[in-house]
Structure formats: structure tokens, C-alpha cells
Design a protein. Structure first.
Length: 197
């Protein structure tokens, strides 16, 4: 393969990663504070789920890590336009780092099985379980509150939203994912052919 093919593949994946990072950032700006705690309702987690479904493990992690890196460097990309290391180590930091687990688990599960609605649903549910499994304990210990208070502030108000987000992500996956995956398969074949030469 020519150097042009290598450049085209790299450019394509760079654009995809940047696009999905931008979607996560937009989701962070769509933020609704709730009175029971510091964790707002956001759409960033929804777009992290979409990133895992569409980009898979490797590129999903790159895209999500880029989002976290931008926020750590002071770009106002976190919920409500917040930024900085203080946010990452603050009460909501567990959810932010949990995004890496979400995208990795979704990308891993969907990448190891034949694409299907059931596989996508399992991946999305597992991803969310992992998100709250790290986010709620982090919130508890950062705020020095009881488990009941942590669950009340970091999980219970979001359960309906979680179900809605998983449903919508699954529906989008069903409609758009086959075409998008075909594009990625084509890019991967090109990459494999490049590696053989």
C-alpha cells in the first residue's frame, strides 16, 4: 500500500476520534444541577456510550481520554463548562474516570461478539454498572457521607435517565451502527493490508 493509504487511514481515525470527543464535550455542556448533590444530569455519559459502540475499545479509549486530558489541561469541557484537575479529583471525579471504564467495556464486549441488539444492550448495561460502581464510592469518600447519602446523590436520581440513555443508544446503534461499522471494517482492512506489506 502507498503512503497515501496510510495517511488516509490515520486521518480517518483521527477525525472520528475528534468528532466523538466533541460530542462528549457537547454532552457535558448539557448539564442540569440537582439539589441533592454535586453530580449533575448530563449527556456526556450518553455520548461516551455512543463512542464505545461506534469506535470500539481502542479508538473509543483514545477519544474519551482526549476529553479527560482537555479538561485536566483547563479547557472548559466538563459538566457546565468546568475544568481543571480539581474537578477530576473532586466529588464527581469518579464518574469522569469511570467514562474510561464505560467506553472500554462497551468497546470490548461489542468487539468480541457478533453485532446484535442484545450484545449492545448487555454492553451498555455493563458499562453503566461500572460507571456507578466507581462513581458512587468515589463520591462517598470524597464528601465523607454515608452510603445512603451517596446513593441518594449519585445513583437514585439518575436511574430513569440511565434507562432512557441506554434505550436511545441501543436504538441509534441499531439504525446507524451497521453502516458506520462497515466504514470502520473497510478502514481496518486497509490497515491490515498496510501491515502485511
Amino acid at each position: 500500500m502507498s503512503k497515501n493509504t496510510v495517511s488516509n487511514f490515520n486521518l480517518r481515525m483521527t477525525v472520528y476520534c475528534a468528532l466523538f470527543t466533541a460530542l462528549i464535550i457537547i454532552g457535558g455542556y448539557i448539564s442540569i444541577p440537582i439539589p441533592v448533590g454535586p453530580v449533575p444530569i448530563v449527556l456526556a455519559d450518553f455520548f461516551v456510550m455512543i463512542t464505545g459502540l461506534f469506535l470500539g475499545l481502542k479508538y473509543g479509549l483514545i477519544s474519551t481520554a482526549l476529553y479527560l486530558a482537555l479538561g485536566a489541561l483547563g479547557m472548559p469541557v466538563f459538566a457546565g463548562g468546568s475544568a481543571g484537575l480539581a474537578v477530576l479529583v473532586g466529588p464527581t471525579g469518579g464518574f469522569l474516570f469511570g467514562y474510561l471504564l464505560v467506553v472500554a467495556s462497551i468497546g470490548f464486549i461489542t468487539g468480541k461478539r457478533k453485532p446484535s441488539i442484545v450484545t449492545n444492550l448487555i454492553a451498555l448495561v455493563v458499562g453503566n454498572i461500572l460507571l456507578y460502581a466507581i462513581g458512587v464510592p468515589w463520591l462517598k469518600f470524597q464528601m465523607n457521607i454515608s452510603w445512603a447519602a451517596a446513593l441518594a446523590a449519585g445513583l437514585i436520581p439518575f436511574i430513569i435517565g440511565i434507562v432512557i440513555k441506554i434505550t436511545v443508544a441501543s436504538a441509534l446503534g441499531r439504525v446507524l451502527l451497521p453502516r458506520f461499522k462497515q466504514t470502520l471494517v473497510s478502514a481496518s482492512v486497509q490497515q491490515a493490508e498496510i501491515g502485511e506489506e
